[in-house]
Design a protein around this ligand. Structure first.
Ligand code: SAM
Length: 294
């Protein structure tokens, strides 16, 4: 095996991936084997076969998705907007190179086009080859792959999409701009008059500033916006947030209908995900009442 990156180490004959979450928090996963490794122009891409989570996609040492729990995130980020929008035909996915979100969107017969804009082709290649539980080895003809920067792609799209899903990595490196208000403004322009967007907005436990900033930016640009959550075992702190912004008023959750085959999402889960824990409600309320810095 080639020289291992710093975040993989061997101890007493066992191989471990250690995620440097924060200054005082590291999370380690015992690894069986390195299935894929490539240094792309954007990041170090690995697929590691782990004992407890199966094959996992790791970008620059950060676990992105795993065969054991990737479906939770991919189903929620896709089915919340797709089950709310009355007639989603054109869908844009920015990021999402593991193809998990695209696999969920493809379950809707009404969808005619899925533009998947992933900056790093190596991620798609690795996910299709080594993570079929997540990617489904996606070969749906409606999926158009664009290996380019989602920030640039969004700038040239006008009034084109019914749903936009921002399935980004953490706000570092190429994903940093995917959390900025100029990008959300371009998404607003890329959406049709009744369009809606959703993005992963980080952890309500460990990344409250990013979550609140995303919530505020989307609130400034869209007619309606809501936060919803799901628990993703391999994400730091487990509890994860998503923010949906819509050019039209969002329906009451009890009006959501869902009839697709899924392992986590169902009609109750898609309705109850908008019921937020008290501490999250209080965080949002404080943000909404705080004099916004001008
Ligand atoms: N679906 C997984 C999850 O559960 O969070 C991870 C998301 S997916 C792997 C994140 C992708 O965003 C990565 O493949 C990364 O290459 C891509 N990405 C980061 N910045 C980007 C940009 N500016 N434009 C397009 N794709 C970008």
């Amino acid at each position: 095996m080639k020289r291992l990156p710093s975040y993989i180490h061997s101890s007493q004959g066992k191989l471990w991936l250690t995620e440097d979450e924060r200054d005082n928090l590291k999370i380690s996963y015992r690894i069986k084997d390195v299935l894929f490794e490539e240094t792309s122009p954007f990041q170090h891409v690995m697929v590691l076969d782990s004992y407890d989570f199966g094959p996992m996609l790791v970008l620059d040492g950060v676990v992105q998705t795993t065969s054991m729990d990737g479906y939770i995130y991919n189903e929620m980020i896709a089915h919340v907007p797709m089950s709310i929008h009355p007639h989603p035909r054109n869908v844009l996915i920015i990021g999402g190179g593991d193809c998990g979100a695209a696999k969920e969107v493809a379950k809707y017969d009404c969808v005619e086009l899925i533009d998947l804009v992933e900056i790093d082709e190596a991620v798609v290649r690795a996910s299709k080859r080594y993570m079929p539980e997540v990617s489904g080895n996606l070969s749906d003809p409606r999926v158009q792959y664009h290996y380019e920067d989602g920030v640039k792609f969004a700038k040239q799209a006008r009034n084109r999409y019914d749903v936009i899903i921002v399935d980004s990595s953490d706000p570092v490196g190429p994903a940093q701009q995917l959390f900025e208000i100029d990008f959300y403004r371009d998404l607003h322009s890329a959406l049709k008059e009744d369009g809606m967007m959703v993005c992963q907005s980080q952890s309500p436990i460990f990344h409250q500033a990013v979550m609140l900033q995303t919530y505020e930016h989307i609130g400034e640009l869209f007619t309606d916006r809501k936060l919803f959550t799901a628990v993703i075992p391999t994400y730091p702190g487990g509890l994860w947030s998503f923010t949906i912004g819509s050019k039209r008023a969002l329906p009451e959750p009890n009006r959501i209908r869902f009839d697709k085959q899924a392992s986590y999402a169902n009609e109750e889960a898609l309705r109850s995900c908008f019921s937020l824990p008290t501490f999250v409600q209080e965080l949002l309320k404080r943000k909404e009442t705080a004099p916004s810095a001008r």
